[in-house]
Ligand binder design. Structure first.
Ligand SMILES: Cc1cc2nc3c(=O)[nH]c(=O)nc-3n(C[C@H](O)[C@H](O)[C@H](O)COP(=O)(O)OP(=O)(O)OC[C@H]3O[C@@H](n4cnc5c(N)ncnc54)[C@H](O)[C@@H]3O)c2cc1C
Length: 438
């Protein structure tokens, strides 16, 4: 069976890796000059080094992604650092830990009850909301936003500002006033709700491009700079541009997949299937890299920042890459800004100055910040789809025989995250080679 995978982001690569390992005849088409899609390495001329297009954080609950990385690198430790979840604000005022030795349902609630820097009523309300959610089977009423859910569970303002809102933005890249509460409940269920072991933080030690740079891609027919333009049914198979295949997995963005699928024979089933594709909207994520002249010994590799918009302190999280990264040649901080639409109205120099001032002010307990010898701001404009309530997401199996889709935007049950992309890619690979399609 000849299989084409269109798109070499994490969904396409996961599918291709599985199919290649199973010995299928495979071609991978990628529009860009490099693999990785929205999780890739990019060369920075300013810093003269390869950076990630955005700081990526994995959780130990991302079992398929971690298994994949483990298999690509022999063991997970050689490519990723795994750290216990310590949610601490840069200024040290807020501190939350998920205790290890408690049943999963109780662990986060207990962690919240014991958190430092929150009022007693905030801790109690948060723990109560979480327990209720867990006992309801992690189900919330249809159509609710995260903010609706916070209102319904009477969350006080302080815990919204320092915990729920940042958690929602960090996991869904969608503001709580718009984000789907059910999807948020899934995120909580599969991570924080599973206890300390499931919500350990996993940070890549290598740049994202190098995570795939192993024997996995060797001998694979990988065609870079090959944007697929045409799809057609032909003689019981599928024509990809001018080449014939038996099966195709479209692992490109939803809009491109829709454009290509629209070229296939029309049917009412096909039209129904394609209807949700037009509903996706996207939000940006920005990452500011700051190269320091010497290491800065921060209390944890990952710290939460308090936003100070009046002085352009837009940073939400800071990562001390020196503490976990293997390849960085110089001490490097990455500062993450989710839902970064508001950055567009400011010039880069002012943003960089504002965020540096924010770091200095909030991290004074770590001693003076070393001088910054260079920076790189990367804004990914279409980083993730907006995870809105009621957003219908397409299944991997399409109504066209032998044609499948994969991507973080498919019906994964997760927001736009690597685990969703990987699971979707693996599912598409399984469906594509299921006996009914041979
Ligand atoms: C800045 C940023 C930070 C993020 N942070 C996190 C995080 O901390 N944790 C997390 O889990 N996730 C994070 N994500 C999300 C994660 O990166 C995505 O969920 C994942 O990379 C999506 O992979 P994908 O394969 O579904 O899609 P994509 O990566 O978009 O892959 C689609 C591929 O198709 C290619 N393509 C497009 N058109 C064509 C065509 N016509 N022919 C051939 N190829 C084509 C594209 O070039 C691309 O390579 C972040 C994303 C960004 C941008």
């Amino acid at each position: 069976m000849r299989i084409a995978v269109i798109g070499a982001g994490w969904a396409g690569l996961s599918a291709a890796h599985r199919l290649h390992a199973e010995g299928h005849e495979l071609s991978v088409f990628e529009a860009a000059p490099a693999i990785g899609g929205r999780a890739r390495g990019v060369w920075s001329n300013k810093l003269q080094m390869t950076l990630d297009n955005g700081q990526h954080i994995l959780l130990s609950a991302y079992t398929d992604t971690l298994a994949l990385l483990g298999s690509l690198h022999g063991q997970l430790d050689s490519c990723c650092a795994t750290l216990p979840l310590i949610w601490e604000s840069a200024d040290g005022l807020l501190s939350l830990r998920v205790p290890k030795r408690l049943p999963s349902k109780l662990a986060l609630a207990w962690g919240l009850l014991r958190a430092q820097g929150l009022s007693r009523s905030a801790r109690w309300r948060a723990a109560q909301a979480l327990m209720q959610l867990s006992f309801s089977g992690w189900r919330v009423a249809q159509g609710l936003t995260v903010e609706h859910w916070l209102d319904a569970t009477h969350q006080p303002p302080d815990i919204r500002t320092v915990f729920w809102h940042p958690l929602c933005l960090a996991t869904m890249n969608t503001p709580p006033q718009q984000a789907c509460a059910q999807l948020f409940a899934h995120v909580l269920r599969d991570s924080l709700g599973q206890g300390a072991d499931a919500c350990r933080i996993v940070l890549p030690r290598l740049d994202l491009g190098s995570l795939w740079n192993s024997s996995a891609l060797r001998d694979m027919d990988l065609r870079l700079r090959r944007p697929v333009q045409r799809l057609a049914m032909h003689n019981g198979g599928i024509q990809v541009d001018d080449e014939a295949f038996d099966t195709v997995i479209l692992a490109c963005p939803a809009a491109t997949s829709c454009k290509l699928l629209s070229q296939l024979p029309k049917s009412p089933l096909g039209e129904d299937y394609l209807a949700p594709y037009a509903k996706f909207t996207h939000l940006p994520i920005a990452t500011l890299y700051l190269r320091l002249t010497q290491p800065w010994h921060l209390p944890h590799p990952m710290l939460q920042l308090r936003e100070t918009p009046a002085t352009l302190g837009f940073g939400q999280w800071v990562f001390n890459r020196h503490a976990f990264s293997r390849s960085d040649t110089a001490p490097l901080l990455s500062v993450v800004i989710s839902d970064a639409s508001h950055l567009a109205t400011h010039d880069e120099a002012s943003l960089v100055a504002g965020i540096q001032a924010q770091l200095r002010a909030q991290l004074s307990r770590a001693g003076p910040m070393p001088a910054v010898s260079g920076h790189q701001l990367i804004v990914e404009k279409r980083a993730t789809f907006a995870a809105l309530p009621g957003l219908e997401r397409p299944k991997e199996k399409t109504p066209w025989l032998g044609v499948f889709v994969a991507g973080d935007w498919t019906d994964t049950g997760y927001p736009a995250v690597l685990e969703g992309a990987v699971r979707s890619g693996l599912r598409a690979a399984r469906l594509a080679t299921a006996p009914t399609h041979v």
